[in-house]
Design a protein around this ligand. Structure first.
Ligand SMILES: [Zn+2]
Ligand SMILES: [Zn+2]
Length: 262
C-alpha cells in the first residue's frame, strides 16, 4: 500500500466545514498515513471570513497538538496555509516562530488588494499574460523568503480558465528554478478538479520540469470538507510517477524527509 499524506486541509478554524476530529476520522477511513492541518492565516489579520484570526492561533495549536497525542494510529501534523504578503515579513516571521509547526504552506491568493481565486470578475477586461507574470513572480518571491516549506497551488491563476494566448513555458521554468534554488517543495494540489479549472495545480504539462529541477513534491487535497481528504490522490501519485518523480516529501518539525513513491 502506498504511503499517503495530505498536508493541505481546512477546518472550522478557517473556511473548512468541519472540525479537526471529523477530518481525522475521514483520513483514517481513507487510509492516510499522515494528516496535516493547514488552516488559512494571513499576516494582515483582520476578520476575513475565510481566514483564522491571529487571536485563535494559540487555541488552534493547542487543539492540533492534543490530537497528535490522542491519535497514535495516524501521524498528525500541524501546519498553516500562510499568505505571502510583501511588506509583512516581520509579522510572518513572528507567527511562524511562535508555534511548533511541522510545515508552513506558502500561498499567494492576493494580487494587490484582490484575490485571484474568489471569482472570474478579477480577470475580466485585464491583460491575462500580465496577471500570470505578476502571479508567478510573486510566488517565486514568496519562495525566496525562506518562510515556507511547501508552495501552495503554484499556478492558482488558472482557476477560472483564463489562459494567456502566449506560450508560458518560461514562467514554469522560472518557477521550477526558483523552487530549486530556494530549496522549497511544492504540492500537486488536487482541489482544482473541484473548481472551474477541472484539473490539478500546477498544470500537469509542466510537472516534468519540476522533476528535472529536483523540486520536492507532495500530493495535497486542499480539502474544505472531510469527504474530500485524500481526494484524487491515486491519480495524482500516478501522474507524479509519469512525470519522472520517484520520491515524495514528508514533513515533521519543519524538517523535510524524502520517501520513495511506490
Ligand atoms: Zn489557498
Ligand atoms: Zn487551502
Amino acid at each position: 500500500m502506498i504511503y499517503k499524506t495530505d498536508y493541505h486541509i481546512h477546518t472550522t478554524y478557517s473556511d473548512g466545514r468541519e472540525g479537526p476530529e471529523a477530518c481525522i476520522a475521514a483520513a483514517l477511513k481513507y487510509g492516510l498515513s499522515e494528516i496535516g492541518f493547514s488552516d488559512h492565516l494571513t499576516p494582515a489579520g483582520g476578520q476575513l471570513k475565510w481566514t483564522m484570526g491571529h487571536d485563535r492561533l494559540p487555541e488552534y495549536a493547542e487543539h492540533i497538538l492534543r490530537l497528535k497525542k490522542l491519535h497514535p494510529e495516524i501521524a498528525v501534523r500541524m501546519g498553516l496555509e500562510l499568505d505571502y504578503l510583501p511588506g509583512m515579513e516581520k509579522v510572518t516571521a513572528g507567527i511562524i516562530d511562535a508555534f511548533p509547526f511541522d510545515y508552513i504552506i506558502g500561498s499567494v491568493h492576493y494580487l494587490g488588494d484582490e484575490t485571484v481565486d474568489l471569482g472570474p470578475e478579477f480577470y475580466k477586461g485585464k491583460d491575462i499574460i500580465e496577471i500570470y507574470e505578476n502571479y508567478f513572480n510573486l510566488v517565486c518571491e514568496a519562495a525566496s523568503t525562506g518562510f515556507y516549506d511547501i508552495m501552495g497551488h503554484a499556478d492558482l491563476v488558472r482557476i477560472h480558465r483564463f489562459r494567456p494566448e502566449e506560450d508560458i513555458t518560461h514562467l514554469y521554468s522560472m518557477m521550477a528554478s526558483a523552487f530549486e534554488i530556494h530549496d522549497v517543495a511544492f504540492e500537486l494540489n488536487t482541489n482544482g478538479r473541484n473548481k472551474p479549472l477541472h484539473d490539478f495545480y500546477p498544470d500537469r504539462k509542466y510537472l516534468s520540469l519540476f522533476a528535472e529541477h529536483g523540486v520536492p513534491v507532495c500530493v495535497n487535497s486542499d480539502a474544505h470538507y472531510p469527504e474530500r481528504i485524500g481526494q484524487y490522490s491515486d491519480e495524482a501519485y500516478e501522474l507524479l510517477k509519469l512525470s519522472g518523480y520517484t520520491e515524495m516529501a514528508v514533513f515533521k518539525d519543519r524538517e523535510r524527509y524524502m520517501i520513495p513513491l511506490v
